[in-house]
Design a protein around this ligand. Structure first.
Ligand code: IMP
Ligand code: MG
Length: 201
């Protein structure tokens, strides 16, 4: 098992956000992850997304469909910032295995429980990389006649997109580098980090 070390660096200001907050460096074996998006930067953007979605769906009752496991924290924080009635459900997909590179295959591990017919669907993703997972989900939902279907993703790697998908609400565009934290895993771990960290070169 890889050894994990979390270093606390105080008063460093090499990333977005306030300069005086505590930051960690996450060392996993020989790999070092450094902060990319701090907790407060994430939360501020999520507040804006919540407001925007609430405005766009006024007088509607959208169904937020979170893509497990990665999107669970984002979905939770997002709907806390949505001030209209809404429902939630989850899909569970698996594509990465324990690797840093997508297997290129998507497996469905949990189906939806709600009836999407006539509903306004908002698919909630943690990160869109190639776009394969979103394409897979859209192709599953579309035949069931939703009233509308949009996608919100906290992160998008625009240079990695290989499928023709439209991401309607984007938290942050990021470079095509491997990131962990705030729901995003590396071999199922590190989802509990409050900020997002990127693999440093
Ligand atoms: P896609 O199907 O290639 O768009 O990949 C999307 C899924 O892969 C996301 O929902 C994540 O679960 C996972 N993923 C993509 N990039 C990363 C990353 O940098 N770190 C952790 N998981 C990732
Ligand atoms: Mg995911």
């Amino acid at each position: 098992m890889s050894e994990i070390k979390r270093e606390v660096l105080e008063n460093s200001n090499n990333i977005n956000g306030s300069s005086n907050s505590i930051q960690e460096k996450v060392v996993i074996g020989s790999e070092v992850f450094v902060p990319m998006l701090k907790e407060e930067v994430l939360q501020e953007r999520i507040r804006d997304l919540g407001k925007q979605i609430s405005n766009d769906y006024r007088n509607k009752v959208p169904v937020f469909i979170g893509v497990l496991n990665g999107a669970f924290l984002f979905l939770a924080d997002l709907i806390k910032n949505v001030n209209i009635d809404c429902e939630i459900d989850f899909f569970k997909l698996s594509s990465y295995g324990d690797e840093k590179i997508s297997s290129g295959k998507v497996k469905m591990l949990k189906e939806l429980n709600c009836d999407v017919n006539g509903r306004d669907i908002i698919i909630v993703e943690d990160i869109v990389d190639s776009g394969l997972s979103i394409k897979f989900i859209e192709d599953l939902i579309a035949p069931h006649n939703p009233a509308s279907m949009r996608v919100v993703s906290l992160l998008v790697k625009p240079n990695s997109l290989r499928y023709n998908v439209k991401i309607d609400y984007i938290g942050f565009d990021i470079p095509s580098k491997f990131v962990i934290g705030y729901g995003l895993d590396y071999a199922q771990k590190y989802r509990n980090l409050r900020s997002i960290y990127v693999l440093s070169e």
